[in-house]
Design a protein around this ligand. Structure first.
Ligand SMILES: *[C@@H]1O[C@H](CO)[C@@H](O)[C@H](O)[C@H]1NC(C)=O
Ligand SMILES: *[C@@H]1O[C@H](CO)[C@@H](O)[C@H](O)[C@H]1NC(C)=O
Ligand SMILES: *[C@@H]1O[C@H](CO)[C@@H](O)[C@H](O)[C@H]1NC(C)=O
Ligand SMILES: *[C@@H]1O[C@H](CO)[C@@H](O)[C@H](O)[C@H]1NC(C)=O
Ligand SMILES: *[C@@H]1O[C@H](CO)[C@@H](O)[C@H](O)[C@H]1NC(C)=O
Length: 817
């Protein structure tokens, strides 16, 4: 018997806890609707009066008030909801007039798992009775009036347990499957059948002549052939009664079927390569059961390149292609007729293999104008060759006149002559070089001839004019919404924690949303009922942030505290961004980057789940542990202890460690500041934030035009002047973060207005040494604030230095006195 595996699967354990009730409460919180009692049945009326209903079962067991059909609840939706809650149980017992389960009786009990009908008068179960109840696992039909039951009733189910004892079953071939399926279990149940003379017999002893499980055999059992060839497949069946023989396949190739008796021949002609890997099966079926024999066609054919399209800028550039061929073709690429040597920076990646096709990319890491050209793909296997060509253009010849010193290759950590520009900047550079440079000159003029301000300047600086968004449309930090449309933000935006920041490149990540290519990123999906909101933490432009409990997230804790970010508005674009961000965040895993657990997208609002960091943002934390803490703690008697030097170094070292990681992923943060770091227990610090800093810390940003907010106090001259953001500009910001830490969270240049700050920074002035700061640490800051990006300390060096200082800090403290 082939349909069932006797006694195989264990029963799945009933669902844990009151899962959906959490779901309900979620909605109570979110939409503010109050819901009455916690009875999952919603209302008493929902339960038929002759039954009793609880959260886990419908039970109709009272012999006095008999029923003759399945209880039908008030509304269809309720039946679905109820059965969704738990692995539900329907129990019907002692019902003298309950005699049949008909086609539609259980139609709405979609999620039914346990069904018990006992001690009633069940005589007939329709073949389609459980058609809609594919989750049934446990069926108890003890002590009824069943004389026979067809295996076909259960053919689509994955039953793990069935009780049939106490029924007047006939010792007929139709019931033979029970013996085969139940195996020893039949004896455990003392399952008996009645022979024609009325003798009761153990079902396990039942032997009948002319009652045999069918068999099916395909011959040949493997088909490996060139396309265009012909082949005959024969299927031989056996079994008594004679089984019905059914071919099952969906083929493009021509075929004919000839059946005579127990043998059937499938004649395939002119095999098409489109049928490669198609399944052909032959099934034999009679009242005792069914048996299938199947094979996969292996059709050999020469390569075909079905797609080769324009290069797509992503975290890597990608020239997408799709091709087929069996055996799998070898691929070679030619750029303008020169063989492309694949290596670390140019490599062919296959991202997805469908039944017949391979989909992939020629992946280019930071291509330059030297990579521009005509790309030819040559696919070869032993049956032939196919080629296709495409023009690829990555960047215009850059920087004809701009200063080459500014270049510094973040990928090799060595100065190079080739600019490692991201795709966007290329266009920006060409477009804005003139504009920005003119602006710079203008500023110099103003600086030179300025009047009476603190820095000898009269009017406000015009480096950042109100309309220079147009010059650099993609290099802005958006304020208006943290989930702006894809088009507005450009494809290079990501959030860390919950603030959207633009990103230059992440080679770990590949995705072209318009193609069929799959990414290796699997965003974790969290069930809504596993998230229980506790309280609101705040609100940003994107939506609200809540503290919540999340169940079943980690294997060793039942529930953990998480921060939950909700997406307020869910336009098509916002949703796309949301998914994209989730994938990017999934790829950013480091002990000093806030942990992203996953998303919940079952229904609106869309949710992202992050690690909860108990002490909130680092800026607030620093201020709360500084000399001014008493002023801030508003009458609380317990004055928090001031941070020590070694604790500050410990904080700084952790942020540097996170930045080393981001740099290794070719992420450029662009908004590194203490407000965008979080503090957890035991002084654990991570990069990431709750997405509200542009609202809470709006004075840290300089508003440009309508919706661009620039953290100028953290930005190096080249970012202010050219909006050029690189790993080196992040290093500058890290220096400012050090300054913030050692001033207990003071705002950099707090005594100056935004325009004055711009003047100061572009003039080459740097922040002063904080009072409590070691010389070594200030030297480190100065190393971050070198005007020339390539002169700045390397992020790895900074981390090393901080680590060493942190280790040695007790000594240094003594020196400080
Ligand atoms: C059937 O159930 C068993 C265990 O209950 C499980 O291992 C198996 O994957 C299931 N098969 C299908 C097709 O659902
Ligand atoms: C059943 O659940 C759905 C979705 O959760 C909900 O929209 C519907 O109102 C529920 N129906 C009842 C009767 O509670
Ligand atoms: C379903 O039946 C099985 C077997 O008796 C039992 O172990 C399980 O707890 C039942 N599940 C529910 C939800 O009642
Ligand atoms: C039991 O089923 C048989 C048919 O199989 C029927 O004739 C008989 O009336 C049923 N007995 C009861 C008590 O319903
Ligand atoms: C075989 O099939 C191919 C396409 O699948 C068709 O072009 C060709 O004419 C067919 N040959 C014969 C002999 O039918």
């Amino acid at each position: 018997m082939s349909v069932w595996t006797p006694g195989s699967g264990a029963l799945s354990s009933p669902g844990r806890g009151s899962g959906s009730w959490r779901c309900w409460w979620w909605w109570v919180v979110v939409i503010g609707v109050s819901v009455g009692s916690g009875d999952p049945w919603m209302s008493a009326e929902a339960c038929p009066s002759y039954c009793t209903c609880s959260s886990t079962r419908i039970s109709c067991v009272d012999p006095e008030r008999g029923i003759n059909a399945f209880p039908v609840l008030q509304s269809e939706a309720e039946m679905e909801n109820i059965t969704d809650l738990y692995p539900p149980t329907v129990t019907i017992a002692n019902q003298g007039s309950f005699s049949s389960i008909n086609d539609k009786d259980l139609h709405y009990y979609k999620n039914l798992r346990n069904l018990t009908v006992t001690n009633s008068r069940l005589t007939y179960v329709s073949k389609l009775a459980f058609q809609n109840n594919i989750k049934i696992q446990y069926l108890n039909l003890k002590d009824n009036n069943l004389s026979s039951l067809s295996w076909r009733i259960f053919r689509h189910l994955n039953m793990s347990y069935m009780i049939l004892a106490g029924n007047p079953l006939h010792c007929s071939c139709e019931n033979m499957w029970m013996k085969l399926w139940l195996g020893e279990e039949a004896d455990n149940q003392e399952l008996r059948c009645i022979e024609d003379g009325g003798v009761r017999k153990l079902l396990s002893r039942l032997t009948l002549p002319n009652c045999e499980v069918p068999m099916a055999t395909l011959n040949p059992s493997k088909v490996t052939l060139m396309e265009g060839k012909h082949v005959d497949l024969s299927c031989t069946t056996s079994g008594v009664p004679s089984p019905e023989l059914i071919w099952n396949m969906a083929l493009v190739s021509n075929y004919e079927i000839e059946t005579s008796g127990q043998i059937s021949v499938l004649r395939l002609s002119n095999l098409s390569s489109l049928d490669h890997n198609s399944k052909i099966s032959c099934t034999a079926e009679n009242i005792v059961g069914e048996k299938e024999s199947a094979l996969m066609l292996d059709i050999l054919f020469p390569p075909k390149i079905t797609k080769l399209t324009d290069a797509i800028p992503d975290h890597h550039w990608c020239i997408p292609f799709s091709m087929s061929g069996n055996p799998k073709p070898e691929l070679l690429w030619y750029q303008d007729d020169t063989l492309v040597m694949e290596g670390k920076f140019i490599v062919t990646m296959i991202h997805d293999v469908t039944e017949r096709e391979f989909h992939g990319c020629l992946q280019l890491d930071s291509p330059t104008h030297l990579n521009n050209g005509r790309y030819k793909l040559v696919a070869t296997n032993k049956y032939g060759t196919d080629t296709k060509e495409v023009e690829a253009h990555f960047m215009t010849k850059p920087w004809e006149e701009a200063d080459k010193d500014n270049y510094y290759d973040p990928f090799t950590d060595a100065p190079t002559t080739e600019p490692p520009e991201d795709g966007v900047a290329v266009y920006v550079v060409v477009g804005i070089a003139a504009v920005a440079f003119t602006g710079f000159l203008l500023m110099l003029v103003i600086l030179k001839f300025g009047g009476n301000s603190k820095f000898g300047i009269k009017g406000p600086s015009s480096v950042i004019s109100n309309d220079d968004d147009s010059a650099s449309p993609l290099h802005h930090v958006s304020n208006g919404s943290n989930t702006p449309s894809s088009s507005e933000m450009g494809p290079d935006a990501v959030i860390i924690g919950m603030t959207k920041i633009p990103v230059i490149e992440n080679p770990q990540y590949f995705r072209n949303t318009n193609s069929l290519l799959k990414t290796n990123t699997f965003v974790q999906h969290i069930k809504r009922h596993n998230i229980v909101l506790k309280r609101e933490l705040g609100e940003g432009a994107f939506g609200k942030v809540f503290l919540a409990e999340c169940y079943n997230l980690s294997p060793d804790q039942e529930k953990i505290l998480v921060a939950v970010k909700t997406l307020k508005e869910a336009s098509e674009n916002a949703r796309k961004d949301f998914h994209r961000e989730a994938e990017l965040l999934t790829n950013l895993q480091h002990e000093h980057i806030v942990t992203f657990y996953g998303v919940c997208v079952e229904s609106d609002p869309l949710i992202m789940v992050f690690e909860y960091m108990k002490h909130g943002d680092l800026n607030k934390f620093l201020r709360a542990h500084g000399p001014d803490a008493v002023l801030m703690s508003e009458g609380q008697n317990t004055r928090p202890v001031e941070l020590t030097q070694s604790q500050m170094l410990h904080i700084a070292q952790q942020i540097a460690s996170g930045m080393v990681y981001l740099a290794s992923q070719h992420f450029v943060h662009r908004d590194l500041a203490t407000r965008n770091c979080l503090v957890g227990e035991n002084l654990l610090v991570k990069i990431g934030d709750f997405g509200m800093s542009r609202d809470v810390y709006s004075t840290d940003y300089y508003r440009v035009g309508g919706h661009t907010m620039l953290p100028i106090r953290w930005m190096p001259p080249e970012s202010i002047m050219y909006r050029k953001f690189t790993t080196e500009s992040d290093v500058w910001s890290l220096g400012v973060v050090l300054w913030e830490i050692f001033t207990y969270g003071k705002q950099p240049w707090y005594q100056l207005s935004n325009n004055e700050v711009i003047e100061c920074i572009t003039q080459g002035r740097v922040l002063q040494r904080p009072r409590t700061c070691l010389k070594e640490v200030y030297d480190l800051m100065l190393g971050c604030w070198q005007r020339e990006p390539h002169m700045r300390l390397n992020i790895k060096e900074i981390h090393c230095l901080l680590l060493n200082l942190a280790k040695a800090s007790p000594v240094y403290l003594d020196i400080l006195g």
